[in-house]
Design a protein around this ligand. Sequence first.
Ligand code: IMP
Length: 434
Amino acid sequence: MPTLAVIGTQWGDEGKGKVVDYLAGEADVVVRFQGGNNAGHSVKIGEELFKLHHLPSGILRPGKLAVIGNGVVIDPGVILKEIEDIQARGKGADNLRISDRAHVIMPYHKLLDGAEERLREGAKVGTTGRGIGPAYADKAARLGVRMGELVDEPLLRNRMDFLVPLKNKMLEALGSDQRVDGKKAFEDYAGYGRSLKPFITDTGSMISEALSKGRKVLFEGAQGTMLDIDHGTYPYVTSSSTISANAAAGAGIPPTAMGAIIGVVKAYTTRVGAGPLPTELHDETGERIAEKGGEFGTTTGRTRRCGWLDLAVLRYSHSLNGFTGLALTKVDVLGGLDEVKVCTHYTVDGKRLSSFPPDMRTLERVVPVYRSFDGWDDLEPARLEDFLNGGLARLPRSMRYYVGFLEKEIGVPVHLLGLGRRRSELLDLRRERW
Ligand code: IMP
């Protein structure tokens, strides 16, 4: 099948944006299928850094269709601003298509996100505050507004006349003193609808048609497997399904149309927001990794918590996603350390866990068991070209050993190796294309 899905294997921020942007060079269509502007992808092209939240990374590749599928929730004001930003920097958005079935993040969703978080004394999720959870909750409660309704003013007015007072009552009940001004909100949102109308269409049938013509479709996952609403570290998760199985449902095509699945693995682990992180480092090494890896959230600017790579997470992630290949990113960030560690498994009360724990009380108690590896020197910038052209053989021995160990333990080959921030600093180890 000419499709490829790129999925985060950990808690997001694995470097999917750059991997997608690289692979988009081979695709005709790039599709986002879940999440919203809680995602943040940094893509460096030459010396220019693009920070995208809503737009698929593929938007930066002229001639490719960039699609936002039905499974995404959209903040129309934010997406319009992103479109204007990339246009101001000389990149077009004519190739953007937005599903008429995607749900709209309404102004009350953002207020409710904050109000609910404030009430969760001692058990905060640490959301990005973008209204993602309340928007998905309304979708499931059949109280959502879809993009197809945003462009239909009479219908939109009807929906908002009912929804805004209802949500204001909820804000009051939650102890918030913020309210949505119904008149202003309608004017804003009707205006967004008019501006976005040219992009809104039935994207599912468009993707199916592209596939029937043999076009290559790339699915761009957001967040990561451990933030999946069903399989992640609930309740410290996002509100959508982030795993490969949802690529089909969130894009509106059958699962039988799915082909290759690349899992993006950062060479260490990070997490933003609350919740257990078994291999978290509370020492200088953790700080050094955060500093060197630039581990500050693209969306919220929060410093990410850092820890060693965790094979218990990666094996679980593979069991859910069925990866056909891995993209191992930020290997260069670990350069200069004398010792690099990997958690091989967890124990609880001295006993080895055979599967990933479903409840957070157990996950908080697990003891990670580590294996140590020799570190490798920083990759000299002057030799980077040599590393990239020479393949694995040119890389430091201890780094090769680390990569080989991961491949063996997870049981999936590494197809791409990230050695720097740029799109061109990915070492492509694939034997065949998709
Ligand atoms: P929400 O998606 O804003 O509701 O946030 C729920 C949880 O997911 C919080 O812990 C966020 O920090 C986390 N999260 C959401 N999006 C991302 C992402 O793109 N990268 C990393 N963490 C994320």
